[in-house]
Design a protein. Structure first.
Lengths: 438, 297
């Protein structure tokens, strides 16, 4: 008798555990409707792939609560980059389980905005009061059918970072470098006198090439068709290829890009005299290249010809509001306020080291105040950026064809022109164009 | 009338005990599997927007150069890993099983440790070791014989080498354990009688050990083939989703890329179905060839 009772109890417990276990699987996302905490705060969940961003938004919520009637409780969740994208894609596809607001990198955003009904809430009305002070080209990156679905952290003003110590040894003054021809001449001098590389070229990323195309006011996508054979694109890739194989002032980047640990070490050791990268590269330098502190000068990009832009926009991560957000309107307001209000824009610079999308603060004296970036690069960083504010355009990253084009260039075109000198830039681009427009 | 239909717990209990597995299998394996087959015939346009397009995805796959490159990569990878990862662990296990070998326990654990590390962490370490720089571990070794530096991860042959090295490092110990357990199941009398027949060490290994290890060998071969076809983590750590001229593209890379880089879930499922069919066919051929289902089996 006793024994069979024990057995029944055991079975009952087992069933209960199974039931709870399975119920838990389905339950985690049924929280959509209002989501208010007991003290009336709106709970907002946020996913990002960057620790610093999570901290930034948590502090933003605290300052929001000081000045707004509807209080917010922010729950931030930091996931590795790939994992965030996978989870987000699945959650958005299945219609449940997505956060209220989320950081989406530009390339990933392109994929999600491919749909005619993007799974995001438009920020248009929240953006309205700030439209005049935001850099428009950065908004366009996340625009679809007249709606703005994301707001970037930064402009990504592309500049050239010079290692002045190497240049001085070679007798080069970076201020004299106006065109890419000047740059190559200086590079030869650097190579001859110091044995150092003037630059290293990406074979698995497109930051350099994109910037050089955008600065010629051109693009490689038009009406969702690849236009890789245009003059500007051919110029840019030819220039990069020549640096390695003709002028011999550069080599293929260690680790195949300028944004990886191996290259950081290479640059930090003082083996490379310059790189041309977006503003967020300041953070990479300050964090990963401590030896170069005080030796790096920031200057506008050299140009191909008169009238070219001396900068471009590169990279980017937008904060978006998903269509599953509990309180979409409030979340949208919070996201825009968090980046576009004056105080917050300054915080983006102070805390994250980015050039904020709200550009009227670039001229404020507060941008020269002491922080880890002004200590590293000097106080006049934004004096350079301000000159370039109206020159920051980018190549298209959000067309339907963008992911495929990106994939093709990295897989085929760069390996046969940059990694190995197998084809001329022109014929490699012609081949790519044909394959992509098939 | 005895039948006051009492619940017969004796009979129900086993089903209850396996129910957690059965239910989670149905929900998390069978349902997605069937759904993937359905989706492989669809064009999935982003979100809640799918339409049936017949065999278009399959047509795209057969015209996709990347698909054949990936298939060729995993076949080569499978070939090399099997060529190394069956004889070598078998030999090691044989040695580990001999009497009088010192520090057996120590060596067994040393060989086994790599599999406990995460494949991503291991991949990162090997990525740096295979650096194109003169200071990369493998280039330093090569420099002693006056070769290099080699740009390991950017050309096809050396890239495959880098993948096989990490696989051997990682799986040697596991396969050794499998063979070791097989060896311990071989009765010592067989060796004794071989001794009486005057067999030498090699003959004993060749005529007694290898035939009796056949079931284990088949098992190891099967999982090696499956592991080869599902290769992904290591290549993703080495190159990400795009490798130069597809030197590191595998079928799973393509599945991943179709879904998460290009947002093309239908095509991604098509590739998944293709991978499934390929693995089933290869395993069927292999088991048939090894005589697993024959009467002697």
């Amino acid at each position: 008798m006793k024994k069979s009772f024990g057995k029944k109890l055991g079975l009952a417990m087992l069933t209960a555990v199974t039931a709870i276990g399975l119920a838990a699987c389905g339950n985690s996302s049924s929280s959509s409707d209002s989501n208010k905490t007991s003290d009336g705060k709106q709970e907002i969940t946020f996913w990002t792939f960057n620790d610093a961003h999570a901290k930034f938004w948590k502090e933003a919520a605290t300052s929001w609560n000081k000045t707004h009637k509807q209080k917010i409780k922010l729950k931030a969740n930091v996931l590795p980059f790939d994992q965030e994208n996978q989870k987000l894609t699945v959650a958005l596809n299945s219609g449940t389980g997505a956060p209220d607001m989320v950081d989406v990198e530009l390339g990933q955003g392109a994929i999600q905005l491919k749909s005619d009904n993007p799974p995001y809430y438009p920020l248009n009305s929240a953006l309205k009061p700030y439209m005049d002070v935001l850099v428009k080209s950065r908004l366009d990156n996340f625009k679809k059918n007249g709606n703005y679905y994301g707001l970037d952290y930064h402009v990504g003003t592309t500049v050239t970072y010079y290692n002045t110590e190497i240049l001085e040894k070679a007798g080069v003054n970076y201020k004299d470098i106006k065109t890419w021809d000047d740059y190559v001449a200086a590079g030869k001098q650097v190579k001859a006198k110091t044995g150092k590389w003037m630059n290293e070229v990406e074979s698995s990323a497109l930051f350099q090439m994109d910037a050089m195309i955008a600065q010629q006011k051109s693009d490689y996508i038009k009406n969702n068709k690849a236009t890789l054979t245009n003059e500007a694109t051919v110029n840019a890739l030819t220039e990069l290829q020549n640096w390695i194989y003709k002028d011999k002032i550069a080599r293929v980047a260690v680790g195949n890009s300028l944004d990886n640990d191996q290259f950081f070490a290479e640059m930090n050791k003082g083996n490379v005299a310059s790189v041309t990268m977006p503003s967020w590269y300041m953070e990479r330098m300050a964090d990963h290249m401590p030896k170069l502190k005080g030796k790096i000068a920031i200057a506008p990009m050299p140009v191909f010809k008169d009238g070219d832009y001396r900068s471009a926009g590169g990279g980017g991560t937008g904060t978006m509001v998903t269509n599953q957000a509990a309180n979409k309107k409030l979340t949208a307001k919070f996201v825009v306020w968090g980046k576009a209000s004056k105080k917050q824009a300054v915080k983006i610079w102070e805390d994250l080291g980015f050039d904020p999308v709200r550009y009227d603060v670039w001229k404020e004296p507060v941008m020269k105040e002491d922080n880890k970036y002004t200590q590293y690069f000097g106080k006049d960083i934004f004096d350079t950026f301000v000159q370039l504010e109206d020159q920051v355009t980018s190549t298209t990253k959000t067309a339907k064809i963008s992911p495929t084009l990106n994939d093709y260039l990295l897989k085929n075109t760069l390996p046969s022109t940059i990694l190995k000198d197998k084809m001329t830039a022109k014929s490699a681009l012609e081949k790519a164009n044909e394959a992509l427009n098939k | 009338m005895q039948s006051k239909r009492k619940i017969d717990w004796q009979k129900i209990a086993p089903y209850l005990f396996v129910s957690p597995f059965i239910i989670s299998f149905l929900v998390f394996s069978l349902y997605p599997f069937i759904n993937a087959i359905i989706m492989s015939f669809q064009q999935v346009n982003g979100f809640n927007d799918a339409k049936f397009i017949g065999f278009a995805n399959y047509k795209q796959m057969f015209n996709d150069g990347d698909f054949y490159a990936a298939l060729w990569n995993v076949v080569r990878y499978g070939f090399w890993t099997i060529l190394i990862l069956i004889p070598l662990p078998m030999l090691l296990a044989y040695l580990m099983n001999q009497k009088g070998i010192p520090f057996k326990g120590f060596f067994r654990s040393v060989y086994f440790v790599p599999v406990l590390t995460s494949s991503v962490v291991a991949g990162l370490i090997f990525k740096y070791a295979f650096s194109s720089e003169k200071t990369g571990v493998f280039n330093v070794w090569l420099s002693h014989i006056g070769v290099g530096p080699v740009d390991w991860l950017n050309s096809s042959g050396t890239a495959m080498f880098a993948l096989v090295v990490i696989a051997v490092w990682r799986w040697l110990g596991v396969n050794m354990i499998y063979f070791l357990s097989g060896l311990q199941g071989i009765s010592p009398e067989l060796y004794e009688s071989a001794d009486m027949d005057g067999a030498n060490g090699f003959q004993k290994f060749w005529y007694v050990t290898i035939p009796l290890l056949k079931p284990i060998t088949i098992y190891v071969l099967t999982i090696s083939i499956m592991a080869g076809f599902s290769l992904f983590n290591e290549t993703y750590v080495y190159w990400g989703a795009q490798s130069p001229n597809n030197v590191g593209t595998t079928l799973v890379t393509l599945i991943y890329k179709a879904a998460f880089t290009n947002g093309n879930f239908g095509y991604s499922c098509t590739l998944g179905v293709a991978l499934f069919v390929i693995v089933v066919v290869v395993n069927a051929i292999q088991t048939r060839a090894m005589g697993l289902f024959s009467d002697e089996g």
